[in-house]
Design a protein around this ligand. Sequence first.
Ligand code: HGY
Ligand code: MN
Ligand code: MN
Length: 420
Amino acid sequence: MTIATPSLGQSILERAEALARFSDMEDGLTCAFLTPAHRQAQAQLARWMEDAGMTVRIDAIGNVIGRYAADSATANPKVLMTGSHFDTVRNGGRYDGRLGILLPIAVVGALRDAGIRLPYHFEVVGFAEEEGLRFKTSFLASSVLAGRFDPALLDRADVDGVTMREALADSGLPGAGDIDALRAAAVDPSTLAGFVEVHIEQGPVLLNRGLPLGIVTQIAGSSRFQVRAEGLASHAGTTPMDMRRDAATGAAEMILLVESRCAQVPTLVGTVGQLQVPNGSSNVIPAACVFSMDIRAGEDGIREAAIADIVAGIERIAAKRSLKASVERVTPVNNAPCARWLMDQFGAVLKKRGHEVFELPSGAGHDAMMMHRIIDVAMLFVRCGNGGISHNPLETITEEDAQQAAEVFVDFLRHFRVKD
Ligand code: HGY
Ligand code: MN
Ligand code: MN
């Protein structure tokens, strides 16, 4: 039976547009964990999942999970899970994460319209938090589903001093932040057949090769840190340059060290995305300077070696400048290899449909890397336009590429075979 999928691409882009209207900011898209915009987006996804014929639940961390039940003839059906995150970075793009929720929802609607059930339960997850914008966590929501939630995170406070515990207590979510409810939200790995994630590439590789789709080989591990340099506040006009304990210039030297050390190895990258002088004044030598560090590499050993060198360098710079420096590791997430048997099922569909079977690593992190801790995973990348830019409002994909990705996904689902 063929499935009419004439306008899945158009529907996906229209819904991404509609979802982007829920934002924490004027004229841009920011959707941080449990803000009003986040709750509106969560409710909208639940409605679209129901409209597509799924039964929907929202779990203790706010994941929106739609289930398209297996055909009744299947005894003890496993669950094939897919999904991605609907939270965003500040002033982000409208496809990062969200494509991986909207595309499967559109595909389920097409299967339902064609009267097709699958020989397994198919679950679409809208993960509530992956980017870590509000509480400096990352992969928070998938860590709950994977049974890897760290209760210490409940005490993390946002810039307004609201803790995650308080935000969950006020959220109306099941369990209101109770740790037992969060633990109970973990999925039983024995029920899963696999986890597959569709995501924009967030880079230029597919664009430069002229390909709409690619299969991910592995997802680069990342380590995030908060670094605080402390010196001595003193008068900008009367303190000689050789008598200062300037936390900001010390931080500047540390940040340049991150750049120079991470430039030494091709798959190694280092980023300082946040930098501030708390309570600074223009005529006072900074007493403190705080910055984030995000270090990633294609191999865990390369990443850890760079981290060791950078932390030692920070301590050296602090000693030279009579500063105090503290380095807090926020989240380490190791490399996640994708499963060959799942990748090959995507490859077989791409080949059958006349696409080049192109495999590439992911420099970006994804929910799949957290799910990899409990089940085999695979990812399908979709070409990014505008030079591959992402985490930026210029992030874009074409309706045609979304359509091709949706058609490949339909085919993948209809031929998916659980690994015996
Ligand atoms: O940072 C990342 O790679 C992802 O967007 N959270
Ligand atoms: Mn992202
Ligand atoms: Mn993402």
